[in-house]
Design a protein around this ligand. Structure first.
Ligand code: PLP
Length: 255
Protein backbone atom coordinates (compact mmCIF):
# COMPACT_ATOMS: atom_id res chain seq x y z
CA UNK A 1 0.00 0.00 0.00
CA UNK A 2 1.08 3.60 -0.67
CA UNK A 3 2.60 5.49 2.27
CA UNK A 4 -0.18 7.28 4.13
CA UNK A 5 -0.53 10.85 5.37
CA UNK A 6 -2.91 11.18 8.31
CA UNK A 7 -4.50 14.63 8.21
CA UNK A 8 -6.05 16.37 11.19
CA UNK A 9 -8.36 18.71 9.31
CA UNK A 10 -11.87 20.09 9.07
CA UNK A 11 -14.70 19.66 6.59
CA UNK A 12 -15.37 22.56 4.23
CA UNK A 13 -18.70 21.87 2.45
CA UNK A 14 -17.54 23.83 -0.63
CA UNK A 15 -14.83 21.25 -1.25
CA UNK A 16 -12.25 23.99 -1.87
CA UNK A 17 -10.34 23.80 1.41
CA UNK A 18 -10.06 21.53 4.43
CA UNK A 19 -10.08 17.77 4.29
CA UNK A 20 -11.23 17.55 0.68
CA UNK A 21 -8.28 19.69 -0.41
CA UNK A 22 -6.03 17.38 1.64
CA UNK A 23 -7.41 14.19 0.10
CA UNK A 24 -7.15 15.51 -3.45
CA UNK A 25 -3.66 17.00 -3.03
CA UNK A 26 -2.23 13.97 -1.28
CA UNK A 27 -3.77 11.69 -3.90
CA UNK A 28 -2.09 13.77 -6.61
CA UNK A 29 1.25 13.64 -4.78
CA UNK A 30 1.19 9.85 -5.06
CA UNK A 31 0.50 9.04 -1.40
CA UNK A 32 -2.69 7.89 0.34
CA UNK A 33 -4.70 10.30 2.53
CA UNK A 34 -6.42 9.35 5.80
CA UNK A 35 -8.43 11.84 7.86
CA UNK A 36 -9.10 12.48 11.53
CA UNK A 37 -11.82 15.13 11.23
CA UNK A 38 -11.32 18.05 13.63
CA UNK A 39 -14.46 20.07 12.87
CA UNK A 40 -17.49 20.42 10.64
CA UNK A 41 -17.56 23.94 9.25
CA UNK A 42 -20.51 25.70 7.66
CA UNK A 43 -19.20 27.80 4.79
CA UNK A 44 -19.25 28.37 1.06
CA UNK A 45 -16.68 29.83 -1.31
CA UNK A 46 -17.53 33.34 -0.04
CA UNK A 47 -17.79 33.16 3.75
CA UNK A 48 -17.69 31.09 6.92
CA UNK A 49 -21.00 30.89 8.84
CA UNK A 50 -19.73 28.81 11.77
CA UNK A 51 -18.34 25.46 12.84
CA UNK A 52 -18.68 22.70 15.40
CA UNK A 53 -15.44 21.16 16.61
CA UNK A 54 -14.93 17.45 17.22
CA UNK A 55 -14.29 16.52 20.87
CA UNK A 56 -10.68 15.64 21.62
CA UNK A 57 -11.74 12.11 22.61
CA UNK A 58 -13.44 11.52 19.26
CA UNK A 59 -10.52 13.08 17.40
CA UNK A 60 -7.97 10.81 19.09
CA UNK A 61 -10.24 7.78 18.63
CA UNK A 62 -10.34 8.42 14.86
CA UNK A 63 -6.55 8.74 14.67
CA UNK A 64 -5.83 5.77 16.92
CA UNK A 65 -8.20 3.54 14.92
CA UNK A 66 -5.91 3.68 11.89
CA UNK A 67 -2.52 3.57 13.61
CA UNK A 68 -1.13 0.11 12.90
CA UNK A 69 -3.82 -0.41 10.27
CA UNK A 70 -2.46 1.92 7.56
CA UNK A 71 1.22 2.63 6.71
CA UNK A 72 1.26 6.15 8.18
CA UNK A 73 4.56 7.95 7.73
CA UNK A 74 3.47 11.57 7.94
CA UNK A 75 0.92 13.72 9.77
CA UNK A 76 -0.51 16.96 8.39
CA UNK A 77 -2.64 19.37 10.39
CA UNK A 78 -4.82 22.18 9.12
CA UNK A 79 -7.83 23.60 10.96
CA UNK A 80 -7.74 22.27 14.54
CA UNK A 81 -10.48 24.56 15.87
CA UNK A 82 -9.91 24.29 19.62
CA UNK A 83 -7.05 24.29 22.11
CA UNK A 84 -8.25 20.85 23.27
CA UNK A 85 -7.72 19.49 19.78
CA UNK A 86 -4.26 21.07 19.61
CA UNK A 87 -3.36 19.43 22.94
CA UNK A 88 -4.74 16.09 21.68
CA UNK A 89 -2.61 16.29 18.54
CA UNK A 90 0.49 17.19 20.62
CA UNK A 91 -0.17 14.10 22.77
CA UNK A 92 -0.60 11.91 19.67
CA UNK A 93 2.60 13.23 18.02
CA UNK A 94 4.62 12.73 21.19
CA UNK A 95 3.58 9.05 21.14
CA UNK A 96 4.54 8.76 17.46
CA UNK A 97 7.77 10.71 17.29
CA UNK A 98 8.89 8.76 14.19
CA UNK A 99 6.18 10.37 12.02
CA UNK A 100 7.05 13.39 9.91
CA UNK A 101 4.69 16.27 10.58
CA UNK A 102 3.56 19.21 8.42
CA UNK A 103 1.98 21.96 10.52
CA UNK A 104 -0.19 24.37 8.53
CA UNK A 105 -1.11 26.85 11.30
CA UNK A 106 -4.63 27.67 10.12
CA UNK A 107 -6.27 30.51 12.06
CA UNK A 108 -8.80 32.02 9.68
CA UNK A 109 -10.27 31.07 6.31
CA UNK A 110 -8.98 32.88 3.23
CA UNK A 111 -12.40 34.54 3.04
CA UNK A 112 -11.59 36.08 6.46
CA UNK A 113 -14.01 33.94 8.52
CA UNK A 114 -13.05 32.64 11.96
CA UNK A 115 -11.99 29.00 12.31
CA UNK A 116 -11.43 29.26 16.07
CA UNK A 117 -10.50 31.80 18.73
CA UNK A 118 -7.30 33.28 17.34
CA UNK A 119 -5.68 34.37 20.61
CA UNK A 120 -6.07 30.99 22.33
CA UNK A 121 -5.12 29.03 19.20
CA UNK A 122 -1.92 31.07 18.79
CA UNK A 123 -0.86 30.30 22.38
CA UNK A 124 -1.66 26.59 22.01
CA UNK A 125 0.24 26.25 18.71
CA UNK A 126 3.45 26.75 20.73
CA UNK A 127 3.16 23.06 21.80
CA UNK A 128 3.09 21.85 18.20
CA UNK A 129 5.87 24.01 16.74
CA UNK A 130 8.83 21.93 18.08
CA UNK A 131 7.12 18.70 16.93
CA UNK A 132 6.84 19.75 13.27
CA UNK A 133 9.16 18.72 10.44
CA UNK A 134 8.03 21.91 8.71
CA UNK A 135 5.58 24.75 9.36
CA UNK A 136 3.82 26.38 6.41
CA UNK A 137 2.51 29.76 7.64
CA UNK A 138 1.38 32.52 5.33
CA UNK A 139 2.67 35.92 6.43
CA UNK A 140 -0.55 36.75 8.31
CA UNK A 141 -0.21 33.54 10.33
CA UNK A 142 3.54 34.11 10.82
CA UNK A 143 2.92 37.56 12.31
CA UNK A 144 0.04 36.26 14.46
CA UNK A 145 2.08 33.33 15.80
CA UNK A 146 5.03 35.51 16.80
CA UNK A 147 3.51 38.94 17.44
CA UNK A 148 6.30 40.38 15.23
CA UNK A 149 5.63 42.50 12.15
CA UNK A 150 9.03 42.18 10.44
CA UNK A 151 9.08 38.90 8.50
CA UNK A 152 12.79 38.08 9.00
CA UNK A 153 12.51 38.67 12.74
CA UNK A 154 9.23 36.76 12.95
CA UNK A 155 10.80 33.77 11.19
CA UNK A 156 13.78 33.90 13.56
CA UNK A 157 11.32 33.93 16.48
CA UNK A 158 9.69 30.71 15.22
CA UNK A 159 13.12 29.03 15.32
CA UNK A 160 13.57 30.33 18.90
CA UNK A 161 10.20 28.69 19.65
CA UNK A 162 11.64 25.34 18.52
CA UNK A 163 10.80 25.17 14.80
CA UNK A 164 13.01 22.93 12.62
CA UNK A 165 11.95 24.28 9.22
CA UNK A 166 9.57 26.99 8.01
CA UNK A 167 8.08 27.67 4.58
CA UNK A 168 6.94 31.31 4.58
CA UNK A 169 4.23 31.82 1.95
CA UNK A 170 4.09 35.33 0.54
CA UNK A 171 0.63 35.33 -1.05
CA UNK A 172 -0.71 37.97 1.38
CA UNK A 173 2.15 40.42 0.80
CA UNK A 174 1.78 43.54 -1.31
CA UNK A 175 3.70 42.26 -4.36
CA UNK A 176 1.24 42.83 -7.22
CA UNK A 177 3.20 40.91 -9.86
CA UNK A 178 4.62 37.93 -8.00
CA UNK A 179 4.42 35.75 -4.89
CA UNK A 180 7.61 34.93 -3.04
CA UNK A 181 7.88 31.82 -0.88
CA UNK A 182 10.95 31.22 1.27
CA UNK A 183 12.09 27.95 2.84
CA UNK A 184 14.20 28.11 5.98
CA UNK A 185 15.79 25.06 7.60
CA UNK A 186 17.36 25.37 11.08
CA UNK A 187 17.13 29.16 10.77
CA UNK A 188 18.89 29.39 7.39
CA UNK A 189 17.33 30.49 4.12
CA UNK A 190 17.62 27.38 1.91
CA UNK A 191 15.65 28.44 -1.14
CA UNK A 192 13.22 31.03 -2.40
CA UNK A 193 10.82 30.86 -5.29
CA UNK A 194 8.97 33.63 -7.07
CA UNK A 195 5.98 32.79 -9.19
CA UNK A 196 3.73 35.18 -11.12
CA UNK A 197 0.71 36.31 -9.08
CA UNK A 198 -2.47 34.90 -10.60
CA UNK A 199 -5.64 36.96 -10.70
CA UNK A 200 -8.31 36.40 -8.03
CA UNK A 201 -8.65 34.79 -4.61
CA UNK A 202 -8.35 31.06 -4.03
CA UNK A 203 -10.10 28.82 -1.52
CA UNK A 204 -7.87 26.06 -0.17
CA UNK A 205 -4.56 26.98 -1.77
CA UNK A 206 -2.73 26.76 1.58
CA UNK A 207 -4.28 23.39 2.47
CA UNK A 208 -3.39 22.03 -0.96
CA UNK A 209 0.25 23.13 -0.77
CA UNK A 210 0.84 21.81 2.75
CA UNK A 211 -0.83 18.50 1.93
CA UNK A 212 1.13 17.96 -1.27
CA UNK A 213 4.33 18.60 0.72
CA UNK A 214 3.16 16.04 3.31
CA UNK A 215 2.44 13.51 0.56
CA UNK A 216 5.90 13.92 -0.96
CA UNK A 217 7.54 13.68 2.48
CA UNK A 218 5.58 10.49 3.12
CA UNK A 219 6.99 9.12 -0.13
CA UNK A 220 10.54 9.90 0.98
CA UNK A 221 11.40 13.24 -0.70
CA UNK A 222 13.84 15.54 1.07
CA UNK A 223 12.05 18.64 2.37
CA UNK A 224 13.47 21.03 -0.25
CA UNK A 225 12.38 18.68 -3.08
CA UNK A 226 8.94 18.14 -1.52
CA UNK A 227 8.41 21.92 -1.35
CA UNK A 228 9.51 22.48 -4.95
CA UNK A 229 7.32 19.64 -6.25
CA UNK A 230 4.37 21.09 -4.31
CA UNK A 231 4.89 24.67 -5.52
CA UNK A 232 5.07 23.57 -9.16
CA UNK A 233 1.97 21.41 -8.79
CA UNK A 234 0.01 24.14 -6.95
CA UNK A 235 0.72 26.77 -9.60
CA UNK A 236 -0.74 24.41 -12.22
CA UNK A 237 -3.93 23.68 -10.28
CA UNK A 238 -4.49 27.36 -9.42
CA UNK A 239 -4.15 28.31 -13.09
CA UNK A 240 -7.00 25.87 -13.83
CA UNK A 241 -9.10 26.92 -10.79
CA UNK A 242 -12.84 27.26 -11.29
CA UNK A 243 -14.96 30.32 -10.39
CA UNK A 244 -18.12 29.10 -8.59
CA UNK A 245 -20.10 32.40 -8.50
CA UNK A 246 -18.87 35.89 -9.46
CA UNK A 247 -18.05 36.86 -5.83
CA UNK A 248 -16.79 33.43 -4.80
CA UNK A 249 -13.18 32.49 -4.24
CA UNK A 250 -11.81 30.22 -6.94
CA UNK A 251 -11.72 26.50 -6.24
CA UNK A 252 -8.42 24.87 -7.26
CA UNK A 253 -8.87 22.16 -9.90
CA UNK A 254 -6.67 19.55 -8.29
CA UNK A 255 -7.43 16.85 -10.87
N1 PLP B 1 -9.41 24.14 6.84
C1 PLP B 1 -10.71 24.40 6.70
C2 PLP B 1 -11.73 23.43 7.21
C3 PLP B 1 -11.12 25.55 6.10
O1 PLP B 1 -12.42 25.77 5.97
C4 PLP B 1 -10.14 26.47 5.60
C5 PLP B 1 -10.54 27.68 4.93
O2 PLP B 1 -11.66 27.93 4.60
C6 PLP B 1 -8.81 26.18 5.75
C7 PLP B 1 -8.49 25.00 6.38
C8 PLP B 1 -7.71 27.06 5.25
O3 PLP B 1 -7.84 27.28 3.90
P1 PLP B 1 -6.73 27.94 2.99
O4 PLP B 1 -6.00 26.84 2.34
O5 PLP B 1 -7.53 28.73 2.01
O6 PLP B 1 -5.86 28.75 3.87
Amino acid sequence: MRPTVLCFSGLDPSGGAGLQADIEAIGQSGAHAAIACTALTVQNSQQVFGFEATSKELLLAQANAIVGDLPITCIKSGMLGTTDNIAALAEFLTKHADYKYVLDPVLVANSGGSLGDQATLVKAFAQLIPLATVLTPNTVELRALTGIEDLEQATAKLFEMGAHAVLVKGGHEDTPDYIRNALYIQGELISETKCPRLEGEYHGSGCSLASFIAGRLALGDALKDAVHHAETWLFGVLKKAEVPVPNGQRIPKRF
